[in-house]
Design a protein around this ligand. Structure first.
Ligand code: NAP
Length: 266
């Protein structure tokens, strides 16, 4: 039976592993290679075993490359000493297939995937891109990430940069905004973080339910805002201070950074 080997098993790999286990994936089908003792400790707590390098040579095994961009090309070289034509899914931000392929033979199949951390709860959003000759691996990548959320296939590799800035980094922007709510709600809830968490959860689930209902975003705002009311004052102040444009600027900076990484690691 084929196995999934996470090469680099830090934050994102562990979120995917948790999601796969939640989806019923057998733990023995998941293996990892990682040099960080702290990650090794965590993974042994989940009952996930490390792979010895020979496992990489089994051509039907899927290798998921999930190291930081600065480590990715060296990791490919290490993998290539064991297998010259792997089935490899790279989660690495920015680095292009063309650059990853340099370490391997022309028979290697490499696909890029950009998942989100909500994969842990099977609420991930994963963008997938592969070249025309990698159809089988693209299909297997889609199958794999559909187990931990939804996935979208991108037509151009360049689109990975925009997806990374918009959705890959996206949850962090919302967590960042929620810090303001957290701070003010703590004052209202006598410093009780549990009560604040319950409020934030309902707040966000309420917003998701409205979207599930198919509400138009402007309509949703109009439903809350009344003439000369508090919401109108809040929204007007946000508009006067160009908050939307500033937020968009942040997202565009992340998209640009993803493109810069492509240029840094060729
Ligand atoms: N975090 C996210 O939300 C997210 C989402 C989508 C994509 N990604 C991408 O996924 C990649 C990994 O991100 P991450 O946040 O999971 O990083 P991370 O937590 O640092 O995990 C990477 C792990 O790989 C290990 N490693 C690096 N090179 C290795 C090698 N040659 N052999 C064995 N182990 C090696 C690292 O060890 P050391 O700690 O000793 O270096 C670390 O334990 C990045 O390229 C990122 O762009 C991340």
């Amino acid at each position: 039976m084929s196995q999934i080997i996470f090469y680099g098993c830090g934050n994102i790999s562990q979120t995917i592993i948790k999601g796969l286990i939640l989806d019923g994936c057998t733990k023995t089908n998941i293996l990892y290679i990682d040099r960080n003792p702290l990650n090794k400790k965590k993974l042994s707590r989940y009952g996930i075993k490390s792979a010895d390098e020979s496992k990489l040579s089994t051509t039907k095994n899927l290798i998921i490359l999930a190291v930081k961009p600065k480590d990715a090309l060296a990791a490919c070289k290490e993998i290539s000493t064991v297998i010259s034509a792997p089935q490899l899914i790279s989660l690495v931000a920015g680095i292009k297939i063309k650059s990853l392929k340099k370490s391997f033979s022309s028979k290697a199949s490499i696909v890029r995937a950009m998942p989100t951390t909500a994969s842990t709860y099977k609420k991930g959003i994963t963008a997938i891109y592969g070249e025309q000759n990698s159809e089988k691996l693209i299909l297997n990548t889609k199958k794999l990430f559909s187990r931990v959320g939804i996935s979208i296939l991108l037509k151009e590799e360049e689109e990975m940069n925009n997806f990374t800035g918009l959705i890959g980094s996206g949850p962090a922007y919302f967590f960042y905004l929620l810090k303001i709510y957290n701070e003010h709600l703590l004052n209202l809830c006598d410093g009780k973080q549990r009560d604040v968490d319950a409020i934030i959860i309902n707040f966000l689930e309420g917003i998701s339910s409205s979207i599930s209902d198919g509400i138009d975003l402007n309509e949703a705002i109009d439903l809350i805002a009344s003439k000369k009311g508090t919401t109108e004052a809040g929204i007007n102040s946000l508009k006067d201070n160009n908050v939307l444009q500033l937020f968009e600027k942040g997202i565009i900076s992340a998209m640009k950074r993803s493109k810069e990484i492509s240029d840094e690691y060729k």
